[in-house]
Design a binder for this molecule. Structure first.
Ligand SMILES: NC(=O)C1=CN([C@@H]2O[C@H](COP(=O)(O)OP(=O)(O)OC[C@H]3O[C@@H](n4cnc5c(N)ncnc54)[C@H](OP(=O)(O)O)[C@@H]3O)[C@@H](O)[C@H]2O)C=CC1
Ligand SMILES: CC(C)(CO)C(=O)C(=O)O
Length: 344
């Protein structure tokens, strides 16, 4: 990657998180090609209306290039594009689609660095297997951003994220080289956020598994319990549910992490359980998915935890129960969608 030339970024998954990342990366001077699916027509015509705590209210914002398929993103004026970074911020739904196959057309072996801005555990494994010569990093993001209506992105939380490489064979690249690629992405991200009022930050971690398990303590419990009950985070906190259900479930996930070789401090449980104020009206992304009748990221948030629990013989009865209840909820939502389409 030459530092003098404009870097090429392809964004796949231009929703709440991805569109804000595109804004940031364009502000940092990169050329972003965004692949849009359902919003292609409206965004090509009108752009995005942003209501963002970091970037203000902006009407009609567009990245440099908007395309409707990943295949279209792979070329420009008939010539193949060598992307420096491919940012993936689609939902992680391995039971519905393969991210590997979706992104394959824009990955140049040994060159493109892949950046996953997504929730979940073990999401890096299929990417490493499919693209063994490409640098890979992921981001755990605390943002609070969603698509509203046709073309509006509402971002209510400052864009704070922790990014780290997933070290692997990487076509013979050393650990230092893989780290350098991640540092370059972080440099760009912080550059793109430098004028934001609340000083959001993108920080480096060299231990991504710890960061991801730390985050799944929160997502695995708050997202799922809020989604089952249709309650916001504050309601869960003010109810007895936090003590009776959420914290014991968090302990199971913490124990599973430990058994899987990821040592989280014991204080992480209290810190995560009490991180958000009790009067919060925050709706986690899984609850928003239920609100909109969209698929939930259940497999990468709880399914992967349960797989690790099984492999390590770690008891996780609450986690298993919540998982099965959500699978029922998912089934019910799928049935409702079939009825809507007149297929039942
Ligand atoms: N929202 C948040 O505040 C946070 C989210 N996260 C995580 O970030 C990730 C992204 O979440 P979020 O931004 O909320 O998700 P959204 O549902 O808002 O956005 C996902 C986007 O991916 C697009 N997409 C899906 N499949 C394809 C495809 N095949 N080709 C092109 N685009 C596709 C969707 O397009 P279409 O409109 O066509 O369906 C949609 O625009 C998730 O893993 C989430 O858990 C993490 C922290 C906070
Ligand atoms: C951190 C948080 C709560 C929102 O930024 C999230 O990960 C989610 O809603 O899934």
């Amino acid at each position: 990657m030459g530092s003098q030339e404009q870097l090429n970024v392809c964004l796949i998954g231009s929703g709440g998180v991805g569109t804000i990342a595109a804004v940031v990366l364009e502000k940092a001077g990169t050329k972003v090609t965004a692949v849009l699916r359902s919003k292609y027509a409206v965004v090509s015509e009108k752009g995005w209306d942003l209501e963002s705590v970091d970037h203000g209210n902006v009407k009609g914002w567009k990245p440099t290039r908007v395309v409707s398929t990943v295949t279209d993103a792979a070329t420009e004026d008939g010539k193949p594009i060598k992307y420096d970074f491919v940012v993936v911020s689609m939902k992680q739904l391995p039971d519905l689609y393969s991210i590997v196959e979706i992104i394959r057309p824009v990955i140049t072996p040994s060159h493109t660095a892949i950046v996953l801005i997504q929730n979940g555990i073990d999401i890096e494994l299929p990417i490493i297997e499919a693209f063994p010569t490409n640098p890979l990093m992921s981001s755990v993001s605390i943002i609070g951003s969603k698509t509203v209506g046709d073309n509006t992105i509402v971002q209510i939380g400052t864009d704070n994220s922790t990014i780290g490489p997933h070290f692997h064979e990487c076509g013979g690249r050393s650990r230092e080289e893989q780290l350098a690629t991640t540092k370059e992405f972080i440099r760009l991200y912080n550059l793109g956020m430098k004028d934001a009022p609340k000083k959001p930050v993108c920080t480096l971690t060299e231990d991504m598994p710890v960061a991801r398990w730390h985050k799944v303590l929160w997502n695995g419990t708050f997202n799922t319990i809020c989604a089952i009950n249709g309650m916001d985070v504050g309601q869960v906190c003010r109810s007895e549910g936090r003590d009776k259900l959420l914290i014991p479930m968090m302990k199971e996930i913490w124990n599973t992490a430990r058994a899987a070789g990821v040592d989280l401090p014991e204080s992480a449980i209290q810190a995560q359980a009490f991180r958000v104020p009790d009067n919060s009206t925050f709706r986690p992304s899984m609850l928003i998915d239920v609100d909109y009748g969209r698929p939930m990221e259940l497999e990468v948030i709880l399914g992967s935890v349960l797989k690790r629990a099984e492999q390590t013989s770690t008891p996780a009865p609450i986690t298993k129960t919540i998982y099965e209840l959500l699978k029922m909820r998912k089934w019910e939502m799928q049935q409702a969608a079939l009825v809507d389409k007149g297929n039942l």
